[in-house]
Design a protein around this ligand. Structure first.
Ligand SMILES: Cc1cc2nc3c(=O)[nH]c(=O)nc-3n(C[C@H](O)[C@H](O)[C@H](O)COP(=O)(O)OP(=O)(O)OC[C@H]3O[C@@H](n4cnc5c(N)ncnc54)[C@H](O)[C@@H]3O)c2cc1C
Length: 457
């Protein structure tokens, strides 16, 4: 059994947490031969070599000037060519990288390499020569091999043992993997970053209130339920003639840019590829639930189309779709264009539950979780958590909000014991009314809250 683990070096020179979990998951498969694969610069080779000390025999580095500037599709293409050289039974990828935060490369790679696909894997239950059974975020899934798995952040990567040896590093260029230069790097990338600017969204003017006022503020917030800026902005007034939405979730975004909208059911990649091919719309919009993310990537790879991830705003500009999305952990907004038609984007829709109020707990209340749960129950709210609380083993992984968790936009978000790190804000900045409870009046969370209570919970 050969497992290829696809990795991307982060901006800090290290592995992102999802890729680290993918590598650890592969190392835990008994008797498997693990090899690493990454596309990057020679510096990435140093990281790969270091990582071979944990157990991978060999590492393949795809490096060539023609690979530079690749978007997710061009990256998946280059990796798919390298997989021909490696011929693995299984490919493990992290669910997403922190640099791109798209969750597209894994599914696109599965499509281009002809592998079956299991996304958001939490646990591997059984593995035989012919098939694999996993627990994913959407439930149990079984697949025939060869297959590609994208892993959730469910494992910490082990440390090297003292005296462990480095493995072999094999460097491959475009010609060596038979890659068509026209499909590689910037030239082969159907999406382009048009510009980037500072992300000011989510910033609010906080009104400080006393604890006694909380109930009345909540009542007002729920009544007005200024139901979230889905597809916020009125757009420029200019419109695309025909926009397709897959499922109903992206409709409010489509309404900001489209003259006419056709809604297709969220079916399967074959059906959707055919339907989109027949309708020939100007743009196709998808939701951000795991199934929409997976199917949009498969369809994009099959049709050779650009796919912009996680858009928070759309505009029509000169007959083209301008897609805006948070990037670099939410610190900037990038404006993306697609060079292919139809333009395709997943838009940020709520990934949380259906309740009106979310009570999110942070590390500041790690020793008060019974009280926080009772508070949430009294309000009929869903419980969520910061990553620090999840990492401390106090809250469930599935409840984590933020860059490496889920993105939620309930009418009311109450943050208790959360400091307001940018990584957390990116997951809740589109909530209707935000209320923060924190004894530190300088905590950044108050810059992103409509109401603040400066007090311990
Ligand atoms: C690459 C990367 C990705 C990340 N992804 C995420 C992510 O997806 N989601 C996420 O949340 N974080 C993420 N983080 C972590 C993030 O940077 C912060 O470390 C984390 O959000 C802090 O969690 P916290 O606010 O619960 O804890 P802390 O920062 O420790 O804050 C605790 C707060 O509680 C307050 N407090 C103390 N006592 C009380 C009390 N009795 N009542 C009320 N308040 C009290 C304190 O004043 C403090 O402000 C990520 C980090 C990195 C590097």
């Amino acid at each position: 059994m050969r497992i290829a683990v696809c990795l991307r070096q982060g901006l800090d020179g290290e592995l992102g947490p999802f890729d680290a979990a993918a590598y650890e998951a592969a190392l835990r498969v008994e008797g498997a031969e693990v090899v690493l694969l990454s596309m990057g610069t020679p510096r990435t080779g140093e990281l790969l070599l270091r990582l071979t000390r944990l157990g991978a025999k060999r590492a393949y580095l795809l490096t060539d000037p023609v690979f530079a500037g690749a978007d997710t599709l061009a990256t998946a293409y280059a990796l798919s060519r390298a997989l021909r050289v490696i011929s693995p039974d299984l490919v493990f990828c992290g669910r997403q990288t922190l640099v791109g935060d798209t969750a597209q490369t894994g599914p696109m790679l599965a499509e281009l390499a002809g592998l079956s696909l299991l996304t958001s894997v939490m646990r591997i239950d059984s593995l035989s020569d012919g098939s694999i059974t996993c627990q994913t975020r959407e439930g149990e899934a079984i697949s025939a091999l060869p297959a590609l798995l994208t892993l959730e952040r469910v494992f910490e990567l082990r440390l090297p043992r003292i005296g462990s040896r480095t493995g072999e590093l094999i460097t491959l260029g475009a010609a060596e993997v038979g890659a068509d230069p026209a499909k590689c790097g910037l030239r082969g990338s159907p999406t382009r970053v048009a510009k980037t600017f500072e992300n000011q969204s989510g910033r609010r003017r906080c009104r400080f209130i006393s604890r006694d006022e909380l109930d009345s503020v909540l009542q007002t917030a729920l009544q007005s339920a200024r139901a979230v800026g889905d597809g916020e902005g009125e757009g420029s007034g200019e419109r695309l003639v025909h926009v397709v939405t897959v499922g109903g979730a992206p409709r409010s975004y489509a309404e900001t840019v489209a003259e006419s909208i056709t809604e297709l059911p969220l079916s399967d990649a074959d059906t959707l590829t055919r339907e989109i091919g027949e309708l020939k719309p100007d743009a196709v919009l998808w939701g951000s639930d795991p199934r929409s993310k997976r199917l949009s990537s498969l369809v994009a790879a099959r049709m050779g189309l650009g796919l912009c991830a996680d858009c928070t705003r759309l505009e029509c500009e000169g007959g083209e779709l301008a897609m805006y999305r948070p990037a670099l952990s939410g610190s900037v907004i990038a404006k993306i264009r697609s060079l292919t038609r139809p333009a395709m984007a997943t838009v940020r829709t709520d990934e949380g539950g259906a309740r009106e109020i979310v009570v999110a707990a942070g590390f500041g209340v790690h020793d008060k979780m019974d009280a926080v749960s009772a508070f949430a129950e009294r309000l009929g709210a869903d419980l969520a958590a910061s990553r620090k609380l999840v990492d401390a083993g106090i809250a469930r992984y599935e409840t984590q909000v933020g860059l490496t968790g889920k993105k939620v936009s309930p009418p009311v978000y109450i943050a208790v014991g959360i400091s307001g790190a940018v990584h957390h804000i990116v997951g809740m900045e589109r909530a209707g009314t935000v209320i923060a409870i924190n004894p530190d009046k300088n905590a950044p969370i108050f810059d992103y809250a409509d109401y603040g209570i400066v007090d311990t919970f």
